[in-house]
Design a protein around this ligand. Sequence first.
Ligand code: WQD
Length: 340
Amino acid sequence: MAKILVTGGCGYIGSHTIVDLIENGFEVISVDDNSSSSIKSLDGIEKITGKKVKNYTVDLKEFEATKNIFEENKDITGIIHFAAYKAVGESVDKPLFYYENNMFSLINLLKCVEEYKVPYFVFSSSCTVYGNPDSIPVTENTPTKKAESPYGATKQMGEVMIQDFSKVAEANSILLRYFNPVGAHKSALIGELPIGRPMNLVPAITQTAIGKLPKMMVYGSDYPTRDGSCLRDYIHVCDIAHAHTLALQYLIDKKNETKCDVFNLGSGNGITVLEAIKTFEKVSGVKLNYEIGPRRGGDVVAIYANNEYAVKGLNWVLKNSLEDMMSTAWAWELKLKENQ
Ligand code: WQD
């Protein structure tokens, strides 16, 4: 059974990916310093899969501690690297915090990939690498533009580092450019756990709907889109998770076209903020208390994916609609309240 190291395994996408890996026959270990996640995610994973996943509570910026994981696990077949800070708005306010964390952790991991001859490396990248694209939908060949935020810049730099590393390393890598992951596992046993006030749209919606927030702001209604609010490509976190399992299998089966293939992980549908809110209200039956406010720094106007390369290359079948995204996100919020 191939052993996979998932960094950020207690996080939102990491925990959902661990479930999918286990359900597809992989053995998984996690490393997560829980600086922006809860170790309780592993309880949810155990309830869903029946497997207790070992987590190394290690800050990946600490090279010796990171290396020790590989000393103790000489049989790691692949790494899926999620661990990073990822709030666009926050990164505008704290650039060095983002550059130090996201880049140093990646460099340490790649050093271990080289030293311990880990064959496969999958990197959690982001559609933010495209900046404000000149035309949409974007394909993997759409030129990346200046990132609109330090967060996006760390993903752009991360991709370049891995591409250069792949040219000289034995390891084969894959860059997965997520669009906007939302929703939760259908069991409502794992989901998104924002620390403090949620920065992302869907947790802001569900926390407002359940009364944790008195109201939410729609950041801007004067954008050149069909209703003036920003346009994004929302994709269910379980569809994103399964794409990681498929990406690893694609490398194991040696189907990769280069030493560092790139895939867009999006639904291929562009949805505006106001349309997302309307869909939530429809599936939850809750009228959302929101106000239209000023634009948010770092926001891209409109982006959504041409996901054909991932669908064909990874045999990726998307299973969740926007309604599923909203209904599972709402079920998770309701479960959090129940467990309070
Ligand atoms: C979406 C839209 C906001 C909150 C995210 C992740 C990033 C990356 C890309 C993976 C924007 C608007 C939000 C609110 C709002 N994902 N909004 N009110 O900025 O597209 O980036 O996806 O790597 O990690 O952060 O997502 O959910 O923050 O914003 O109006 O209270 O919702 O302005 O237009 P974003 P988001």
